[in-house]
Design a protein around this ligand. Structure first.
Ligand code: ATP
Ligand code: MG
Length: 247
């Protein structure tokens, strides 16, 4: 597809000229201690992600993809190295400052959805904007309804998570991630439990946000089709980057 080729070419040019990286990673490592001693989950990762680009992180189960995503998003702290997200060195921020950065500019879709069980689908989607307390309640509700409509859940707005299927919960999680129009969207297997048709609709929605708002997408995926639509793919093998956007 010519459009995809052109985008990938432009992405390479922007990387070569190092245009406004939104995420910069240097020598990033994550080690944990378990019963058998010290375990290295991520080892010396270097990565640079340009503003407005889309990057797929791929690799076998257990290779460290979710761990990397959590570190990039400031949800977890590194054992070594550095992550700059939107110009801020994450290791220099305290937990409150990291939370403020996340709630302002970053959206997440977790591998395990993490919806609030005592809130309805609509309330879950409204939550990030309600927490910011900047937008009138009625406008928040309207935005959340519009997003639930876009992910095909306009008939399920009053349902609690436990009454929704796995794929439906995932779509609520996506709508919740989009509601703040984040500058960076991190998504861990966003199409993992969706059928093909719903998966395509979700992928379209993510790329539409990427184009319209200049949002940067960082996606962990096993879905070849989704990876190919991204500007670049990085592959992790046993905690090391084996190709991709090293610097
Ligand atoms: N807190 C922890 N303590 C011990 N081991 C951990 C911890 N967190 C992750 N691991 C291990 O690190 C490795 C990488 O985990 P991670 O969840 O990042 O993999 P993944 O690539 O996302 O896999 P999947 O595709 O199955 O989701 C796994 O072997 C996992 O068991
Ligand atoms: Mg994972």
């Amino acid at each position: 597809m010519a459009g995809t080729k052109l985008r990938k070419f432009l992405f390479k040019v922007s990387m070569q000229n190092n245009i406004e990286p939104v995420i910069e990673v240097r020598g990033l490592s994550k080690r944990v201690n378990d019963a058998t001693g010290e375990l290295t989950i991520l080892d010396q990762i270097d990565l640079s992600i340009a503003k407005g680009s889309s990057v797929a992180i791929v690799g076998a189960s257990g290779s460290g993809k979710s761990t990397l995503l959590g570190l990039l998003a400031g949800l977890d702290s590194a054992s070594g190295g550095s992550v700059r997200l939107l110009g801020k060195e994450l290791s220099t921020l305290n937990e409150d400052e990291r939370a403020a950065l996340r709630s302002g500019a970053v959206g997440f879709v977790f591998q395990s959805f993490q919806l609030m069980p005592h809130l309805t689908a609509l309330e879950n989607v409204m939550l990030p904007l309600e927490l910011r307390a900047e937008t009138p309640h009625s406008e928040i509700a309207a935005r959340a309804r519009a997003l639930l409509d876009q992910v095909g859940l306009s008939q399920r707005t009053g349902h609690y998570p436990k009454l929704l299927s796995g794929g439906e919960q995932q779509r609520v999680a996506l709508a919740r991630a989009f509601v703040t129009h984040p500058a960076v969207l991190f998504a861990d297997e966003p199409t993992g439990s969706l059928d093909a048709a719903t998966g395509y609709a979700i992928i379209d929605l993510m790329f539409e946000m990427n184009r319209r708002n200049g949002a940067t997408l960082v996606l962990v995926t096993h879905d070849q089709e989704l990876a190919e639509r991204c500007d670049a793919t990085v592959t992790i093998e046993a905690g090391r980057l084996v190709n991709g956007l090293g610097v």
